[in-house]
Write a protein that binds this ligand. Structure first.
Ligand code: ADP
Ligand code: ZN
Length: 514
């Protein structure tokens, strides 16, 4: 295809002056008749890779998309730009479908969006020569190795058999190596060219904090970003509503968004956000797919996501315009346990649990977080990124053996029957009711850690949990208990390295200089 013609079409229908680096290469491969697998982060510009060829190819392009709710928006957007497009799904009447078939017959349509469930319906209307290109959006849905497996997608393997000479292009924002292989295997495109864009989004800062007093931390975070749009992702509908209500009470324009709301209500919330009539969306992961808002300046994860793919996709909604944007993830053990339960009840338990473990390791890391993330997506970087909390403020380690011994022996003497709050109260020699009631002032370690603040104790104990000396018994009122490994510290004098905890003042200074 001529360069001139490609550019003119890009300008005429999409309004852009030039292609992004990978887009051009992919489009050439499509015209050359190859099968293609495209891995590009959200916002990378995947759509053009099949929409533009669709305009220039002689017959129709089929687009398989899992999200019926988004099909209409996409088709409306294309139609508004003068692209002859339509969608077909089970929500339509027969007469509506007939109308579409008539347009296919007359060769009036360039793009047809189809839900995977509705493929059979169109089968009889299409013969091999009638389809110029098949695009499979959100292609990871075909793989149970992916994070969003959809059973209806498994039928798509048949497309290549049915249309053997039609090039196929599979696109996704999220696929680790195992998933990539599986996509090609299941779609019967073993010789597909793979186009993998860099996942590095340098403009997104990465930060992880302990999920302690989350709301206060969020308030402080937003206080510095009064005019900037952002999303707060929560695990439950209830959480989204609570956080939104508390922020609204403080004068922020915040809305809750989740799958339990009515269709119209959801549309309104999205539009208010896109048009800057509201500032903050507190949402479950139902929010964001297909949202095209370029100036989202920050994303907070109130709860831990269930895997790094989801996390990366969600933070990726910030800073699509390329300007600096901030992301903050709260790490909490209660969340990990909740997610473990979800994973344990899922179909592919083993995969889900392994993915969760990687998520946890990321949150607890003491090395450049971006390296860990990119590594997960198969990209290896030599240098630290300089734009994550670890790079900006590398942890300083010190000999924490004594601190560890005090904490572990206190837990030992409380017989593993008390939660973190009481353990710290005993360590600090607190006189509060709970301590006195149980006569804990008699315990040998009572007051042994007076010189360390409450907040610091909390952080040290979390580190000891992360290293593996302490466990939280979630089903037993969050009692802290020793693991077998703790013995090495208590009885064999094994040394313990702890990371220094920045003072609140140091944290403030860091924030202000960002
Ligand atoms: P993805 O599907 O990969 O998430 P989209 O196809 O929705 O990404 O594109 C993301 C954004 O980038 C959209 O706002 C789109 O209009 C814009 N975009 C895509 N290609 C180009 C280009 N060549 N020049 C400028 N903007 C582009
Ligand atoms: Zn870094």
């Amino acid at each position: 295809m001529e360069e001139m013609q490609l550019r003119a079409t890009l300008k005429e229908y999409f309004g852009y002056d030039s292609f992004r680096p990978l887009q051009r290469k992919i489009i050439d491969a499509v015209f050359a008749g190859n099968d293609n697998l495209v891995i590009m982060p959200t916002g990378g510009g995947k759509s053009i890779c099949y929409q533009l060829p669709a305009l220039l190819l002689p017959e129709i392009t089929l687009v398989i998309s899992p999200l019926i709710a988004l099909m209409k928006d996409q088709v409306d957007g294309l139609t508004a730009n003068g692209v002859p497009a339509a969608f077909l799904n089970s929500s339509q009447h027969e007469s509506e479908q007939q109308e579409i078939f008539n347009r296919i017959e007359k060769n009036e349509l360039k793009l047809l969006y189809v839900a995977p469930e509705s493929l059979q319906v169109i089968d009889r209307f299409l013969n091999d020569g009638k389809v110029s290109l098949i695009a499979i959006d959100e292609a990871h849905c075909i793989s149970s190795w992916g994070h969003d497996f959809r059973p209806a997608y498994t039928q798509l393997g048949y497309l290549k058999n049915r249309f053997p000479t039609t090039p196929l292009i599979a696109l996704t924002a999220t696929a680790d190596k195992a998933t990539r292989k599986d996509i090609c295997h299941q779609l019967n495109i073993p010789n597909a060219l793979k186009h993998i864009a860099s996942f590095d989004r340098k403009n997104l800062s990465l930060e992880v904090r302990q999920g302690i007093k989350r709301f206060e931390q969020i308030e402080d975070f937003i206080e510095r970003r009064r005019k900037e749009s952002g999303i707060i992702y929560c695990l439950s509908r209830k959480n989204t509503e609570e956080v939104a209500a508390r922020l609204s009470a403080r004068g922020y324009k915040a809305e809750a968004y989740h799958a339990g709301l009515g269709h119209m209500e959801r549309i309104k919330i999205q539009e208010d956000f896109i048009n800057d009539r509201s500032q903050i969306i507190c949402a479950t992961i139902a929010f964001g797919m297909g949202i095209d808002k370029s100036n989202i300046r920050w994303v907070i994860h109130y709860n831990m996501p269930k895997n790094l793919e989801g996390y990366y996709q969600e933070i990726g909604r910030a800073g699509r315009d390329g300007l600096a944007s901030d992301t903050l993830l709260f790490h909490s053990y209660a969340d990990v346990v909740q997610l473990q339960k979800f994973a344990a009840n899922s179909k592919n338990e083993e995969v889900q649990l392994a993915k969760l473990e990687r998520m946890k390791q990321y949150s607890e890391a003491f090395t450049c977080r971006r390296k860990i993330l990119l590594n997960y997506f198969g990209e290896f970087k030599e240098d630290d990124c300089g734009n994550c909390d670890i790079c900006r403020n590398p942890p300083m380690f010190f000999d924490g053996t004594l601190i560890a011994q005090k904490a572990l022996s206190c837990i030992y003497r409380l017989k593993g029957q008390e939660p973190i709050t009481l353990v710290i109260d005993v360590l600090r020699g607190s006189q509060n009711e709970a301590v006195l009631e149980k006569n804990y002032q008699q315990v040998k370690t009572y007051g042994a850690g007076k010189e360390i603040s409450w907040r610091d104790w909390q952080q040290y104990i979390i580190q000891l949990i992360n290293i593996g000396y302490i466990e939280i018994a979630f089903h037993k009122h969050n009692q802290l208990q020793l693991t077998p490994l703790a013995k090495t510290v208590l009885f064999e004098g094994a040394p313990v390295r702890l990371a220094k905890i920045p003072t609140e003042k140091e944290i403030k200074i860091q924030e202000e200089t960002v």
